[in-house]
Ligand binder design. Structure first.
Ligand code: 2BA
Length: 109
């Protein structure tokens, strides 16, 4: 058995989850935060048999869009001490970041 973690954009999370459910896969949704953008995303967890992994990833891929987002990192100003300047930068986020890990044991008790 495998556990698939898919980190998706918050706007895509619902659609990905619905499509997985429609195709018979159980999903758990966690609200998560990206360390770089510090904005909310969603982590979907699905436990499946090894031969179902590719199907799940292709559903995630189909329902997740890649986007460009702007962020404003604060940069130290070399001129006046202690002042910070902001330079907005564009970052491409997603579609989805997917991890597949082995499950040692699975029980429903
Ligand atoms: P964030 O950490 O908020 O990253 C958002 C996007 O910012 C990333 O998109 C990437 O394009 C860019 N980025 C991240 N760290 C960067 C850095 N140190 N320098 C420059 N640009 C950087 P994605 O790669 O599509 O990642 C989307 C979200 O997936 C991430 O949100 C994070 O929550 C998660 N993620 C991605 N790779 C991961 C990994 N190796 N381990 C754990 N979580 C990961």
């Amino acid at each position: 058995m495998k556990l698939i973690y898919a980190i998706v954009h918050s706007d895509d999370g619902r659609r990905v989850m619905d499509e997985l459910n429609k195709n018979g896969f159980s999903v758990t949704k966690l609200y998560s935060t990206g360390g770089f953008l510090k904005s909310g995303n969603m982590t979907l967890i699905t436990g499946v048999e090894e031969n179902q992994v590719d199907e799940v990833i292709s559903i995630i891929e189909k329902k997740s869009k890649s986007r460009k987002e702007m962020m404003n990192p604060s940069m130290p100003n070399n001129g006046v001490g202690g002042m910070m300047l902001s330079y907005p930068i564009e970052v491409t986020v997603g579609g989805a970041t997917v991890f597949v890990v082995n499950v040692e044991r699975f029980e429903k008790v």
